[in-house]
Design a protein around this ligand. Structure first.
Ligand SMILES: Nc1nc2c(c(=O)[nH]1)N[C@H]1C(S)=C(S)[C@@H](COP(=O)(O)O)O[C@H]1N2
Ligand SMILES: [Mo]
Length: 317
């Protein structure tokens, strides 16, 4: 099928309606008022973090960027973390999240189900630094020095049974600290999923740090995912549970609006979101708008994962 696609320079102004406007519409429909204020609890200062001594980790030079790293100050003040509010300014709200003690439960169809304390997990997994691009479905991007370990190591640790076809990830649920979660008509906790094959791809990265130190709360401390070839909403933050399952998991966004946020969510400049173009992206902090690349520029590493799949499905969004 031929689809007429406007060249990036033909696209007038950013048409993107951010994810949060969709959420706001729902909030209005539900007749809700404003979100309550966050509790003013201090976050774990980087120096007190039990894993602080492991940073900065050695950079893996195989992961290069074609653009500058987004300054930490810019990135750390422009975040999507709907548990803490609809705006990009969730730093103060996210400070209420207590990231110790914290553990990650691994369960479902695997031979070694277990619950691991976060510091034991980080120590065990030989963390490294990688420079990754990040492309939000809202048509903006950043570049981040993440620190962490390949998701394939979690697969190896869990030893999945042959029936396991997917991993399902879940974020914490605690409406006392996360005001967004008091809006009970959303499908909390935030959840996401990938196939076992995707999880074994070397690019799939469990992130425990950024900019040479343990993750700041707004980035999804103490552990989040980075799937740089997929739209950013797949990169779930503050993970408490990873389950090996037989059926394709339904993500938070898919439950809200499956016609706009599908399971695969592979970055594809040629397939517009139903409400805006994906042909270009605003590089946050630079004022520049650049063409978006297929699989966000990672086709060489990941296109093979989807070769047997109808391309219109794999590359929908
Ligand atoms: N638990 C949780 N994870 C989440 C989100 C969220 O709201 N809650 N937002 C997602 C979206 S839409 C994006 S673009 C990225 C943003 O990551 P960043 O703030 O580090 O740029 O996190 C993703 N992971
Ligand atoms: Mo996003």
């Amino acid at each position: 099928m031929l689809i007429k696609i406007a060249k990036s320079w033909e696209i007038p102004e950013i048409e993107a309606t951010p994810e949060h406007l969709f959420l706001n519409r729902r909030a209005l429909l539900a007749g809700a008022g404003a979100i309550g204020g966050a509790l003013a609890l201090p976050s774990l200062a980087a120096a007190e973090d039990p894993s602080a001594g492991l940073y900065p980790a050695k950079r893996n030079e195989a992961y290069k960027l074609d653009r500058a790293v987004t300054p930490e100050k810019v990135n750390a003040n422009y975040n999507n973390f709907y548990e803490f509010g609809m705006s990009k300014n969730i730093v103060d709200g996210a400070a209420a999240l207590k990231t110790r003690p914290w553990s990650v439960k691994i369960d479902g169809l695997c031979n070694a189900p277990q619950e691991i304390a976060i510091d034991d997990l980080i120590k065990r997994m030989q963390i490294e630094e990688r420079l990754y691009r990040h492309r939000c479905v809202e048509a903006w991007s950043m570049s981040i020095p993440w620190t962490g370990f390949p998701l394939s190591k979690i697969v190896a640790l869990a030893d999945p049974k042959p029936e396991a076809k997917y991993l399902r990830f879940e974020t914490f649920k605690d409406p006392k600290v996360a005001p967004g979660q008091r809006q009970v008509w959303y499908p909390w906790p935030y959840a996401e999923g990938v196939t076992v094959e995707e999880a074994k791809n070397d690019l799939a990265f469990m992130v425990t740090g950024a900019y040479g130190k343990p993750l700041l709360n707004q980035f999804g401390a103490p552990i989040r995912l980075a799937l740089p070839w997929k739209y950013g909403f797949k990169s779930i933050k503050s993970i408490v549970r990873i389950s090996f399952v037989a059926e394709q998991p339904k993500s938070y966004w898919e439950q809200l609006q499956s016609s706009e946020y599908g399971f695969w969510a592979n970055v594809n400049p040629k397939v517009p979101h139903p409400r805006w173009s994906q042909a270009t992206e605003e590089v946050i902090g630079t004022g520049n708008r650049v063409p978006t690349q297929l699989y966000n520029g990672y086709a060489e590493q990941v296109a093979g994962l989807y070769k047997d799949m109808p391309q219109d499905r794999a590359l929908f969004f």
